[in-house]
Design a protein around this ligand. Structure first.
Ligand code: GTP
Ligand code: MG
Length: 359
């Protein structure tokens, strides 16, 4: 899964990114610190996988990962060439979701490009810039598709009509996600690479010790079906430097219950309606994977490897806790909790799967 981080300059994007990765992207009190796109690969820890690995005697634990892309801040007027951010939007057109960092902390030492702290105004500025960026992209794409449509190609005709609708929506200031993609051209949405069609997780960058999303942002997120979490980016970046014990103690002192990073990663997965499933074998790696809720064992096989999907015969499936309780696959088989399933089996969160396939 890939997530692009957007927001205004100095909103706290790189601080969050650093905290997520300890990758050391530069965070400084200076707008436009980030002028190179940064990509960080964040492992998604899962205690269930640890337990499965232990009971199976796996050689190692390989958690699934999320890629976070940190880009430069966007300012009002970015589409007219203000600031640097617009140039980097192309770097996040291919991502699955957008993480929108909004400054909500009131530290007077941190410069704000609009001169005051107003989270909802900032959100609207960024959303407007994303709409403009998409409009430019949609018009460019329309110019190309209209030629193909003249040839009478059915998919191109459908895509052309859809693009016209998308352009009208964007011109009215609405997100591209408000226009459903055409059945006859299922690739249209992906080919457009629209930013305003992606699911959004708002990250309110709050003052240290705060734990709540500002009500205005929460309501705004709800209205568009987006997620919202509160995190102090700077605090999280500092905590990321500590070992786990010290970090937990410091969280306790500040009254911040949950790791902010956990909230961001979980929030991103929830947004995309992903479930986790596991693969594990004795002296083999135990791995976690993610899959859209509602997809089948056949899709799960494809997430692991296209060859495994191609040669899919059947799957052995067991819930992770049943596996732990049974002490392993053999115990699971004896108890009758290890099941044989076909390709249409709908995967559940926490399933451990072994795909039998013909190479
Ligand atoms: N007090 C406080 N300061 C913060 C917080 N998050 C970030 N900052 C400070 O704000 C400044 C900018 O943070 P960055 O993370 O570099 O901001 P950015 O969004 O990446 O900025 P650009 O890359 O310029 O777009 C730094 O001095 C941070 O230490 C926070 O939660 N609280
Ligand atoms: Mg930055």
């Amino acid at each position: 899964m890939r997530v692009g981080i957007v927001g205004m300059p100095n909103a706290g994007k790189s601080s969050l990114f650093n905290a997520l990765t300890r990758a050391g992207a530069e965070a400084a009190n200076y707008p436009f610190t980030t002028i190179e796109p940064n990509v960080a690969v964040v492992p998604v820890g899962d205690e269930r996988l640890d337990r499965v690995a232990q009971v199976i005697g796996a050689s190692q634990i390989v958690p699934d990962t999320v890629d976070f892309h940190d880009i430069a801040g966007l300012v009002a007027g970015a589409h007219q060439g203000e600031g640097l951010g617009n140039r980097f939007l192309a770097n996040i057109r291919e991502t699955d979701a957008v993480c929108h960092v909004v400054r909500a902390h009131r530290d007077p030492n941190v410069v704000h490009s609009e001169g005051s702290v107003d989270p909802l105004r900032d959100v609207e500025i960024i959303e407007t810039e994303l709409v403009y960026a998409d409009l430019e992209q949609a018009e460019r794409r329309h110019g190309r598709v209209i030629r193909e449509a003249r040839g009478g190609d059915r998919a191109a005709v459908a895509e052309e009509a859809w693009l016209r609708e998308v352009i009208a929506a964007l011109q009215a200031g609405r997100a591209a996600r408000t226009v459903p993609p055409p059945d006859a051209a299922p690739h249209a949405l992906r080919d457009l690479g629209s930013l305003t069609a992606k699911p959004v997780l708002f990250v309110a960058n709050v003052d240290e010790g705060e734990d709540e999303v500002p009500p205005g942002i929460a309501a705004h997120a709800r209205a568009q079906g987006a997620g919202a979490v509160a995190v102090s980016s700077r605090l999280e970046a500092e905590l990321a430097e500590l070992d786990e014990e010290d970090a937990t103690a410091m969280r306790g002192d500040l009254g911040v219950a949950e790791s902010g990073l956990r909230k961001v990663v979980d929030g991103a997965f929830a947004l995309l309606e992903q479930i986790a499933f596991f693969t594990a074998g004795e002296d083999k790696p135990a791995q976690s994977w993610h899959l859209r809720r509602g997809l089948s064992a056949w899709h799960a096989a494809g997430a692991i490897h296209t060859d495994i999907q191609r040669g899919f015969v059947r799957a052995e499936v067991i819930a992770w806790d049943a596996l732990v309780e049974a002490g392993g696959y053999a115990g699971g088989r004896d108890r009758g909790v290890l099941r044989l399933e076909g390709r249409h089996y709908v995967m559940r969160d926490g399933d451990v799967i072994t795909v039998k396939f013909t190479p």
